[in-house]
Design a protein. Structure first.
Length: 483
């Protein structure tokens, strides 16, 4: 199978925060891969902008180091040199006046202009205001902003209003890297390009949906940020919410940015309030000399959660009565992200020994080993009756798609390329962000007003025991956390 490579037009991409961790780990290596793949025209330019005092040659050396550490291992020296030739650098003060005239002199008005705000959200307004005041951004320029998009509804509205003073909604790209994953996009293809699943995608055939995002690492190194955020703000309100939307949304009239986002917005607005009994919060404990959550954040009284499990209900005709179980946490048994759509059992079991018959499941793996498998019941081989066994019809992208499956673009590669193309389908709209916060705010407020601390759980497990009970009381079980 040969993938089609669609070249983008000439562009100037400015990376604010160009010397930061995100630029080093994701943005620069991702841009190099797209350049090496031949997707970027030779005339395209990538301009780093940061406080550090250095020149273009110094920045190119930093970019080379980033590619060596986080880029492809077999990077060709000629391709690296060609990519570095596209780089320029401006030392800039985003809250002052230094560097803005130099940046303006580098920008070309006749190419696509994109500005990546790889900085703290508190700086978004300063950058947007100066881009407008110095007439650096043209009328069709695009800005890319990273999460968090506020920390509650009020701050999200304020952030949206700040950006809207200088840019139209069509120019704002709110990036959620989960939406750039190949499997997440394939979820839409599986649903809407195949007759097999869509007729079954409703309360009549689906028993429940499980979404799990588990990590083995703790929060050491980012404790100051995380203790002000927690799993609800950091993961559930954005990443997991987007996965819920893609599972639950109605078919859009067309694969068009606003058509897709209109349907996602309807899902968020249809979410029922979550009662306290349907939520479990946890904090990982210390174990065998390894620090616990409170040690990692250096706050012995912290009540911030490193784990959340909850049950969602969606109030519409398609999903009324179908629970969505979500869980995410740090220091869990394995690193995995998956969606499991669990179908109902047959209305009548005809086999005498049906103890082994299990419900069909469509499992979408986001990481590691992106792919999908459909678990079906078949006859166990051998004589001696009709004994059933469940087996997966497996589609690993790496195996099914050959080299293209093994070398799939990173989420950031795909999303930045979409910015250059002007395609907002995989980016969140302002009203979508605000609707998600409107749902999450009452949950967070209830926690902050309560006296109970999160439940403690041992590292290397599936989380607090109470999370298991969240499903057991409904006669269901979580899927095992394993890569």
């Amino acid at each position: 199978m040969v993938s089609r490579l669609i070249e983008v037009g000439d562009f100037d991409l400015v990376i604010f925060g160009a010397t930061g961790d995100l630029a080093r780990r994701k943005i620069l290596p991702g841009l190099f891969r797209r350049h090496a793949a031949g997707q970027f025209p030779a005339a395209s330019r990538i301009i780093g902008a940061a406080r550090s005092d250095m020149d273009t040659e110094g920045y190119r050396r930093e970019a080379r180091d980033a590619i060596a550490e986080f880029g492809p291992r077999d990077a060709d020296e000629a391709q690296i040199a060609s990519f570095l030739d596209c780089l320029a650098y401006v030392a800039i003060d985003v809250t002052g006046e230094r560097g803005w005239s130099e940046l303006g002199a580098l920008m070309r008005p006749d190419v696509v202009q994109a500005f990546y705000f790889s900085v703290a959200p508190a700086l978004f307004g300063d950058i947007a205001e100066r881009l407008a005041r110095h007439a650096i951004a043209g009328p069709d320029a695009r800005i890319v902003v990273e999460k968090p998009f506020g920390r509650d509804l009020a701050s999200a509205r304020a952030l949206n209003a700040t950006l809207a003073r200088h840019f139209e909604e069509r120019q704002i790209y709110r990036i959620d890297h989960y939406l750039g994953k190949e499997t997440v996009q394939n979820l839409m293809a599986v649903r809407f390009a195949n007759m097999l699943f869509e007729p079954l995608w409703n309360v009549h055939y689906i028993d429940h949906v499980q979404i799990t995002v588990a990590e083995t690492v703790g929060v050491a190194g980012r404790g100051a940020y995380y203790d002000q955020s927690g799993a609800m703000r950091d993961m559930v309100q954005n990443h997991l919410m987007q996965l819920v939307c893609l599972i639950a949304m109605e078919p859009p009239w067309h694969f068009d940015p606003d058509a897709v986002r209109d349907e996602k917005l309807k899902v968020i607005r249809a979410l029922e309030p979550v009662p306290p009994g349907d939520i479990v919060r946890g904090q990982y404990a210390a174990e065998d000399g390894d620090p616990g959550y409170r040690d990692d954040v250096e706050n012995p009284d912290s009540r911030t959660e490193s784990f959340v499990a909850l049950k969602l209900r969606i109030a519409n005709w398609r999903w009324q009565g179908v629970p969505f179980y979500l869980r995410t946490g740090k220091r869990l048994r394995d690193r995995t992200s998956e969606i499991a759509v669990v179908f109902r059992e047959p209305p009548h079991l005809i086999f005498d020994d049906h103890a082994e018959q299990q419900a069909n499941q469509l499992v979408i793996r986001l990481q590691p080993n992106e792919g999908m498998n459909l678990r079906v019941n078949i006859k166990e081989p051998g004589p001696g009756g009709m004994r059933l066994v469940q087996v997966p019809l497996d589609m690993s992208f790496a195996e099914a798609l050959g080299k293209e499956g093994r070398d799939m673009p990173d989420a950031y590669e795909r999303l930045i390329t979409d910015v250059i193309r002007g395609n907002q389908t995989l980016f969140m709209r302002g009203d979508e962000v605000e609707a998600a916060w409107a749902w999450a705010d009452p949950i967070i407020a209830a926690w902050e007003n309560a006296s109970a601390a999160p439940e403690s759980y041992d590292p290397g497990t599936s989380g607090p025991d109470q999370a298991l009970g969240l499903m057991h009381r409904d006669g269901r079980r979580w899927r095992e956390i394993k890569a």
